[in-house]
Design a protein around this ligand. Structure first.
Ligand SMILES: [Zn+2]
Length: 231
């Protein structure tokens, strides 16, 4: 099934050329405007938007107007060079493959009207070609535990692997990386909040809350149960 735009797999005008080359895929516009609607690849949340830009010099290397989505597995997708004023979603909005994000445009640094589509894993861009026909995130059938009685708010934990996304309390798009080395204090955190219905169920901070509100801490984002170990 085509994702992102109709017939996406047959509309590549410039392919992925590696991390240091063309680090996305370009998809061409069509005369029939309905064919220029851009959809989210799959379920996710809009985390960044840029709008209001027209065409800019190629030397600017600008995405122009874009929508950036974070998917439940932490991967991200970016839809760039959007037509000015056509973005139909807001930051924080939950979207899925049926959500129209915007229309293919010519904002930013472009040679012609097209969509530049990027996919990120651990904040690095990866070849997005396969995601023109498959979801970046798929709901697993087997029940994965999201939370566990082992952990309570206030527990000291070692962060084993991966990363924590910055959250709304922290603002911005900071991402912290962890490697499970118990001798490295940056891997030692305290559970400050648990949201049982989220795949990233545990909110971690450098210090225990000691009765304060979560917004009074320096947040280090949310992680999944597989990323932590009680110490
Ligand atoms: Zn491109």
């Amino acid at each position: 099934m085509s994702r992102v735009i109709n017939d996406s797999e047959n509309r590549i005008t410039c392919g992925w050329q590696g991390y240091k080359g063309h680090n996305g895929v370009d998809l061409g516009w069509r005369v029939d405007e309905v064919q220029n609607n851009i959809y989210a690849n799959c379920k996710g949340k809009v985390i960044d938007i840029k709008d209001g830009l027209g065409t800019l010099p190629l030397a600017d290397k600008s995405w122009g107007n874009y929508v950036l989505i974070e998917h439940p597995n932490g991967m991200k997708s970016r839809y760039a060079h959007l037509r000015k004023g056509t973005i139909k979603v807001n930051v924080g909005q939950e979207v899925d493959e049926n959500t129209i994000l915007a229309v293919i445009g010519e904002s930013g640094s472009v040679n012609g009207r097209h969509l530049h589509f990027e996919v990120y894993r651990d904040n690095d861009r990866i070849d997005p070609t396969e995601y023109l026909t498959k979801p970046i995130y798929e709901e697993k059938n087997e029940e994965q535990p999201k939370t566990d009685d082992t952990y309570k708010v206030g527990d000291k934990v070692l962060v084993l692997t991966g990363y924590a996304t910055a959250d709304s309390f922290g603002g911005g798009s900071r991402t912290a990386y962890y490697n499970g080395d118990i001798n490295d204090s940056s891997n030692i955190k305290y559970i400050t909040k648990i949201q049982t219905d989220s795949p990233r169920a545990y909110h971690l901070s450098n210090e225990p809350l000691n009765g304060r509100e979560i917004k009074d801490t320096k947040p280090r984002g949310w992680v999944s149960i597989g990323q932590i170990k009680k110490i």
